[in-house]
Design a protein around this ligand. Structure first.
Ligand code: BDR
Ligand code: CA
Length: 310
């Protein structure tokens, strides 16, 4: 068996973020070293609280470091409470966190964790599943990160599939297109897991019936139920896309994706702001164009099944 991949998840939890984080904490192919939070699905303070609540739900003490409250340059967009609910988990409510966040900000936490992992001989993978503001800030403040980080796996963008916020833009790239452009332009290895594949991977509420009937199951049943109702109204099926879990599962097992190496940029202004585009300049990145959807769903559910029935 290969050694687990050390990861930090940069996140805006969020219902699919919650699925991804709970799976990451239980997946034997990953070691979750921390969570960094960013505005997006909810304000950053709520994202931090939610991340701490998820670690408590899983019985873990994973560090949580708070990051950006707004995009680098563009005006902040309203938080999409019609997708994830006002508090981020639909109508599911978790107990207030008993732990405090890590004293470091997200950028410092990422830089120090990357340096430590590199020094231990197993470089860090950052799995970014929200707007990319923290990663761009970290690159500016700690430019050595382009060398110390082993890989960045980004859930964001779309190349061939329509956007989910505008006809051409995906939500995470659209919320901070300048940050997305900076992350793709840096010389670290990047894998882009966008709507081209994540909208091919679905979870249905009844899939959760296979989980032990404990507190994780109760939380997910309620949160996923809310997310599924949004998908029914906007996409015509009672279930949900596994955006963020696809990025996490493919980090544990890259064979779950087929990728295409291309140079790519992100449009930062105008009616197509946030659009991911293949280009003839810039850094090469690996863009996922096809996925083993049953394999991703199975890996997610296998990890979630390890939570007990209390
Ligand atoms: C992305 O946007 C958010 O709503 C989800 O959590 C995911 O990260 C999908 O476009
Ligand atoms: Ca997210």
């Amino acid at each position: 068996m290969t050694a687990p991949v050390p990861i930090v998840i940069d996140t805006d939890p969020g219902i699919d973020d919650a699925l991804a984080i709970l799976a990451a904490m239980a997946d034997p192919g990953l070691t979750l070293l921390g969570l960094t939070t960013v505005f997006g699905n909810v304000p950053v303070e709520t994202a931090t609280r939610n991340a701490l609540q998820l670690t408590a739900l899983a019985g873990q003490e994973t560090p949580v470091a708070e990051g950006a409250a707004r995009p680098l340059l563009r005006a902040p967009a309203p938080h999409p409470d019609f997708v994830h609910g006002r508090e981020g988990f639909g109508e599911a409510v978790l107990p207030p966190p008993e732990r405090a966040p890590d004293p470091r900000n997200a950028a410092s936490f990422l830089a120090e964790t990357a340096r430590d992992a590199r020094d231990r001989g197993t470089p860090l993978t950052i799995v970014a599943v929200g707007p990319l503001t923290n990663l761009a800030t970290a690159l500016t403040e700690h430019p050595e990160m382009a060398q110390t980080v082993g890989r960045v796996v980004v859930m964001g963008g779309t190349l061939r599939h329509p956007g989910n916020v505008t006809p051409t833009a995906e939500a995470n790239f659209w919320q901070d297109p300048h940050a997305a452009a900076q992350v793709l332009a840096a010389s670290w290895p990047v894998t882009v897991v966008g709507l081209d594949v994540t909208e091919c991977v679905r979870l249905y509420p009844e899939d959760l019936d296979a989980l032990p009937q404990g507190r994780v199951h109760r939380f997910l049943r309620e949160a996923v139920g809310y997310y599924a109702r949004f998908h029914l109204e906007s996409h015509g099926f009672l279930g949900c896309y596994l955006h963020d879990p696809a990025a996490v599962c493919a980090t544990a097992d890259p064979s779950l994706l087929e990728t295409w190496r291309t140079q790519a940029t992100v449009i930062v202004e105008g009616p197509e702001e946030g659009r991911l585009q293949a280009s003839s300049s810039g850094q090469p990145v690996d863009v996922a164009l096809a996925a083993d959807a049953p394999g991703i769903r199975a890996r997610l559910l296998t990890a979630l099944k390890t939570y007990g029935d209390t």
